[in-house]
Design a protein around this ligand. Structure first.
Ligand SMILES: *Cc1c(COP(=O)(O)O)cnc(C)c1O
Length: 399
């Protein structure tokens, strides 16, 4: 049997069986649903995109995968070149892995080893944010702050290696004052903390973080697995504030094949580049640089540019703001919007119980979590479909 993710298997509601998908639509045997989740925020160009399919099929005709150990190939080379040119600043050194969590692990390992390679042994700590989510593997859980994983903290005791702070400049300054000589990295989901409850915060916090990281020589890591490729209304938060290490996943391949990258700037790369074999980055996922994933990612980035996705996201935000303008309900705590993300946070999570089925009956697939009723639609969504998604959210409160 399938052991489903994030589910208490006992009494689990049967998942919807998908038999086909195209554009923004998922198809069950007898229903058509707008995917307001974009398959965990990744399917930005929609399903069954002819060019993405073509790119994958063409590569499959040659080979689907060869390892990057001792071998290389055109799709991974072209994707690395493309990312170098597409990403801001000197984020030019691309390390490939098969999932966002692993790419986060690589980023944290990179930052720690950067200082070990220089012989700085005191820097064992990472600064992270409250309500952070960085993936489900162990170090990612440790820098994360998800209540679902607090059993780990209970098991091992609070971590001496990670400090969590709120997204307030005062707390940030205080943390640097206290820990600056012991920190090797600060990791954040910039602007939008997605899985931690669709929490949004100001770019001024990131600017101050950059200043403090510069002042105390701490590496700044942006986990843009969720925010990358336009979701916040910016291509990348890294376009606003430049990190030392950038992590991308989810939408990297247009959501077609799981893949992720950890991108280092020149300074970080130079910290490994020397005559000591033991200073090498010892990491290598079996499927790193998978040729099908790289082909999909290349095509996805090309579509991102040629299909003017940033304009589409702006349009999504405009329509969302218009539709939500006068909407309120006493059960709602706050309505938050940013780029291609809208979240209705309710006061009591129980308020959302039954919403998924309600939406299903109205032709929308939704998956509320915590107190969040949210939409992160594929960018190819039409106005009418987007309004249908938003109307369904509003209708839940009008019952
Ligand atoms: C989803 C997510 C991850 C984990 O990515 P996986 O591919 O699921 O391992 C890490 N960081 C952030 C911000 C995410 O949203």
């Amino acid at each position: 049997m399938i052991w489903y993710p994030y589910e208490q298997m006992k009494g689990m509601k049967a998942p919807y069986q998908i038999v086909d998908a195209e554009g923004v639509y998922l198809y069950t045997k007898n229903r058509k649903l707008i995917d307001s989740v974009a398959s965990w925020w990744s399917v930005i160009h929609g399903y069954k995109h002819p060019e993405l399919n073509q790119a994958i099929l063409e590569q499959a005709e040659r080979f689907s995968h060869v390892m990057l150990g001792g071998l290389t190939h055109v799709p991974v080379q072209r994707l690395a070149e493309k990312l170098e040119q597409f990403l801001p600043g000197d984020l030019n050194h691309i390390f490939f892995s098969d999932s966002g969590s692993v790419a986060v692990e690589v980023a944290l390992k990179m930052a720690l080893q950067f200082y070990r390679n220089r012989g700085e042994k005191r820097r064992t700590m990472v600064l992270a944010l409250e309500h952070a989510y960085h993936g489900d593997t162990f170090k990612a859980m440790e820098v994360g702050d998800d209540a679902d994983y607090h059993f780990v903290m209970e098991a091992y005791g609070p971590s001496a290696y990670v400090k969590h702070i709120p997204t307030q400049i005062e707390a940030l300054e205080e943390a640097f004052e206290k820990y600056h000589d012991r920190l090797h990295a600060m990791i954040v989901e910039p602007l939008l903390q997605a899985a931690g409850g669709m929490r949004m915060y100001e770019v001024s916090f990131l600017r101050r973080a950059r200043e403090l990281c510069d002042q105390y020589e701490v590496l700044l890591i942006f986990d843009e697995v969720a925010t990358g490729f336009g979701r916040t209304g910016h291509r990348f938060a890294a376009d606003l504030v430049l990190p030392d290490i950038l992590v991308l996943g989810k939408a990297l391949t247009g959501g077609y094949i799981g893949h992720a990258v950890t991108v280092a700037n020149q300074k970080v790369f130079d910290g490994f580049y020397d005559d000591h074999a033991e200073h090498a980055l010892m990491h290598g996922p079996t499927f790193a640089g998978n040729a099908l994933a790289c082909s999909a990612a290349l095509k996805s980035i090309e579509l991102f540019e040629t299909q003017k996705e940033m304009e589409k996201i702006k349009r999504i935000e405009e329509i969302t703001r218009r539709e939500m303008m006068d909407f309120s309900d006493p059960r709602i705590q706050e309505i938050r919007m940013m780029g291609g993300c809208v979240c209705i946070e309710v006061k009591d999570a129980m308020t959302l119980k039954g919403y998924q089925q309600f939406a299903y009956e109205r032709g929308v697939f939704s998956r509320p979590f915590l107190q969040c009723l949210y939409a992160m639609v594929p960018y190819v969504i039409g106005e009418e479909e987007l309004v249908q998604v938003l109307d369904t959210m509003k209708a839940w409160f009008a019952r």
